[in-house]
Design a binder for this molecule. Sequence first.
Ligand code: ADP
Length: 262
Amino acid sequence: HHDRKILVQLISFESRRQILVTHDVTQNEKMDTMRRDFIANASHELRTPLTVINGFLEHALSSDMSEETRLRQLHLMAEQGQRMQRLVADMLTLTRLESLLQPPSGDTVRIKPLLTRIVEEARALSGGKHFITLREVQDVDLKGNRDELESAFVNLLSNAVRYTPDGGRIDVSWAMENDGATLTVIDDGIGIAAEHLSRLTERFYRVDKTRSRATQGTGLGLAIVKHVLLRHRGRLEISSEYGNGSRFKVIFQRAQLALRQD
Ligand code: ADP
């Protein structure tokens, strides 16, 4: 029932003996396709801001314009430059995460101060336009890489802010459970229709391109979350309803945790 592609190799040695070697190259081909898609998508994403910047530059070089117009165009170019910078930064992060074969070093990350700080940053990002709460957190140490975990959590929170209209609520909680611990980010924002849910962690997959761009999205945030969690033996559960908010739940295994004494 699966399409498999097998490479068969006949190797002769000592003139009489032969061995037949088979390689299953299905997986390799899948990787090649994914790589090609990634490069195609990335080029496309970078081309749009580049086109805008080049267009403005040509115009500015070839015509007189009022100081007001010049300033406005410079601002628009700066915006596009920043967009390219975010894209390249996320692409580098993702590529680096994927090329790391080693699991993250044995460092531990203290959860409570990390979540407290990230929630503060989300409030700043929201500019006071959302009601963001962090529920009581039982402090634990999580084994893993601080920067990676931080970028995963920040991505989930910034998505909640970006896809929730002003005045909305965002609730962050950390819960200890028998077999591990969970971080849950709930928003009452725009929600996601069921048919998109399984594809959200694909690179550059977006439900609504315009909204993603307007809120400075790169389309790579959830792909980064997925890869960080893979490296920390965690997983992501997404539930949502179109028009009715979303819930992103990260589940860590018990083996990744260490309870704090203080
Ligand atoms: P982006 O940079 O576009 O936000 P992500 O990879 O972070 O990229 O998310 C992929 C897509 O998933 C987004 O474009 C958006 O359509 C959807 N999405 C992510 N988080 C939420 C959320 N909290 N509420 C509604 N939609 C979301």
